[in-house]
Design a protein around this ligand. Structure first.
Ligand code: HSE
Length: 405
């Protein structure tokens, strides 16, 4: 019997309890793990809930209970989630979390503490919602060097972009729906400004390259500046879709990571990843491209990933190793965005001639009502920035610049 305590009875915490209770028999049959929920920590009471009697308001009830094997941290936010996770690991309890903020900010320290105490710190649900991606990165792909990772990592923004492009929805309405469906963060600014995706890409980069970069140290653009016109022009040019992409790659011995909206060509498997779904494309040197796809947010998909970690611990509980291995990235480990090379989409307030004065490396172009949208051949970020400056010097306003994947 494996006793589990759940910290936080919100969307993910209550989903975790639901998955364990509803699928107890399936879990037992398939894995032999007999999971029992022993405590649930929350500030609130839940009268009428089948888990009502398990609720405590005191973390000490959990930390001092020697029978608790695994603590599921589903509180969200940095504190006290980090503090409780650290205390649980130090008390010799395994910790499972969906909290990408804590993993991205304190993951190195928590992994070290876990190792010292012979327990595991697992976070399958922190990236890609219900999609298995963390454990595959740690084990199934370990025999590959990772050439790059590009992922649609935020369900809320993908839902909003899909509603806007397919159903003509307004941004604010689509965001409200994403909140109602339980996809968005407590403060949805972190979804729409790309911070949530930034936390996820640094976690994936740490698994791929062994260094955890602070999400504050990477370039991060959200979707708030994407105009419906950009979506239309991109589609008209060659069927491109626009998605918020977290990207990481090795540039020499440095790691380049950033989050930005990108134009996705039709041939790219991320092109049709819509709605709340996430897609993560991992370029491996031996396997080639591997695509991970599934629901990136929501109660039961995320809880499914949480419980997969609980089961992993339950069936390997005799193993001491098995947590991720990385160290914090130094400044020297991080490549600047100016090194990144890709094609660029521009939309300018001007005609084709205005475009030609500055850019002569055009692949696609449409012009309508005094605005011209075009896609260049690949160039460095630094060169694209110079083009923006040259347009400004010529008196041509750049309305949008979006990188092509
Ligand atoms: N707010 C996040 C998203 C939840 O929309 O992807 C899952 O991490």
């Amino acid at each position: 019997m494996i006793n589990v305590a759940i910290l936080g009875f919100g969307v993910v915490g209550s989903g975790t309890a639901e998955v364990i209770e509803k699928n107890k028999d399936v879990i037992k049959t398939k894995t032999g793990a007999d999971l029992v929920i022993k405590h649930i920590l929350d500030l609130r009471d839940f009268p009428g809930s089948p888990f009502e009697k398990l609720v405590t308001h005191d973390f000490n009830d959990i930390i001092n209970d020697k029978e608790v094997d695994i603590v599921v941290e589903a509180m969200g936010g940095a504190h006290p989630a980090y503090d409780f996770s650290k205390a649980a690991l130090e008390a010799g309890k395994h910790v499972v979390t969906s909290n990408k903020l804590v993993v991205a900010q304190f993951g190195t320290e928590l992994l070290e503490i876990a190792e010292k105490n012979g327990v595991r710190y697992l976070f399958e649900a922190s990236v890609g919602g219900g999609i298995p991606i963390i454990k595959p990165m740690m084990s199934d792909l370990a025999q590959n060097r990772i050439d790059g990772i590009s992922g649609i990592l935020n369900g809320t923004t993908n839902y909003i972009l899909t509603q806007m492009s397919e159903n003509g929805a307004e941004f604010a309405d689509a965001l409200k729906e994403a909140q109602t469906k339980g996809y968005a963060e407590a403060d949805p600014t972190s979804d729409i400004e790309g911070h949530d995706a930034a936390r996820k890409i640094v976690i994936l980069a740490a698994l791929a390259y062994g260094k955890l970069i602070s999400p504050d140290d990477i370039h991060c653009e959200g979707i708030t500046k994407i105009d419906a016109k950009d979506v239309k022009f991109a589609e008209e040019m060659d069927g491109y879709s626009i998605k918020l992409i977290g990207h990481a790659e090795k540039v020499g011995d440095k790691i380049l990571a950033f989050v930005a909206p990108r134009l996705i060509p039709t041939a790219n498997p991320l092109h049709d990843v819509s709605d709340v779904f996430n897609g993560i494309l991992v370029n491996c040197d031996m396997l080639g491209d591997a695509m991970f796809y599934g629901r990136g947010a929501g109660k039961l998909p995320t809880a499914s990933a949480v419980v997969s970690d609980v089961i992993d611990i339950a069936i390997k509980s005799e193993m001491k190793a098995g947590s991720a291995k990385w160290t914090d990235a130094a400044d020297d480990d991080i490549a600047p965005l100016s090194d990144h090379v890709c094609a660029h989409y521009f939309r300018i307030a001007g005609c084709v001639k205005c475009m030609e004065k500055v850019c002569d490396n055009i692949v696609h172009c449409v012009s309508e009502n005094g605005e011209t949208a075009f896609i260049t051949k690949p160039m460095t970020e630094a060169e694209a920035f110079e083009k923006e400056k040259a347009f400004a010097e010529n008196g041509t306003k750049v309305l949008s610049r979006i990188r092509v994947l």
